[in-house]
Design a binder for this molecule. Structure first.
Ligand code: ARG
Length: 270
């Protein structure tokens, strides 16, 4: 399998996080306010980097994937994730999807095993960072609608994941969530000359940093409310330089660009 340098870097990062245990790590404690040494409450504005713990049931469409990525339920038995989280297309029984919980050690967690993977056609490590995973049984979780056009590519977005809570940090046992503002393509291009404007969108606090997705959040959704007040997915966690650095926003697959391709691939998976 051929990788561009950028892709290889990302895959290496995923491999590293996949090896990390899901145990409550010291980095969680260090993300807590110092006046809360008990650590039973997440920092009020702290994820992800700079987030807080998600309430059980708040984002029921979120799943954790065993290779160390996130994903969202596209249908009963199909997960939408990032192309760089999977290893090409075809039959694949190596991935476990865990859903229904914010605590990965909750006995109420529901799991299913992959049967087949579709990696975005033409994916070469730049752009097109989406993939579908077909499961061996329905997870019976609510699905997350995908944006069909770019009209929701603005405003504030919600991010969520079990990835690192700081650059180089450990994977999380509890789902963390935060809000990040949209960053327009021109501004994002000034941070990343390699941005694929039609296929990627950016979000983050350009001035201050401090809030972002991070390693292990890849493949998970970035979403917001649509005009009817329903959650709609606008992005897939893809990449960034470090995590939560000022001037270095997170880069997300622009879901609306691939909405038709994703739907067609899902229909083929049956
Ligand atoms: N590539 C990372 C992963 O595999 C996601 C990194 C997101 N980085 C960021 N700064 N938003 O988990």
């Amino acid at each position: 399998m051929q990788h561009s340098a950028k892709h290889l870097k990302r895959v290496t990062a995923v491999g590293a996080v996949a090896l990390a245990a899901f145990s409550l790590s010291p980095s969680v404690a260090s993300a807590l306010p110092t006046d809360n040494p008990g650590g039973h409450r997440a920092a009020p504005d702290a994820t992800v980097v700079g987030g807080s713990r998600a309430q059980q049931g708040a984002f029921p469409f979120m799943v954790r994937l065993s290779m160390g990525c996130g994903g969202s339920m596209l249908s009963d038995d199909i997960v939408l994730t990032a192309a760089h989280c999977v290893d090409g297309s075809g039959p694949d029984t190596s991935i476990t999807a865990t859903g229904g919980v914010v605590d990965l050690e909750d006995p109420d967690a529901v799991t299913a095993t992959s049967t087949e993977v579709v990696q975005a056609p033409g994916y070469d490590g730049t752009g097109k960072d989406w993939a579908l995973i077909k499961l061996d049984r329905p997870l019976d979780q609510p699905t997350l609608a995908t944006a069909q056009d770019d009209s929701y590519d603005k405003g504030d977005f919600t991010i969520a994941g079990w990835g690192a809570d700081q650059e180089g940090g450990a994977q999380q046992r509890y789902l963390l969530t935060a809000q990040v503002p949209f960053v327009d393509d021109a501004t994002c291009k000034s941070a990343y000359s390699g941005l694929v404007e039609d296929e990627e969108l950016c979000a983050g606090k350009m001035d201050t940093g401090g809030v972002d997705t991070c390693q292990g959040d890849s493949g998970g959704p970035m979403f917001r409310k649509d005009d009817a007040g329903e959650w709609i997915q606008v992005g897939i966690v893809s990449w960034g330089e470090g995590c939560a650095r000022p001037g270095k926003p997170g880069v997300y697959t622009e879901v609306s660009t691939f909405a038709a391709d994703i739907e067609a691939a899902a229909a083929q998976l049956g």
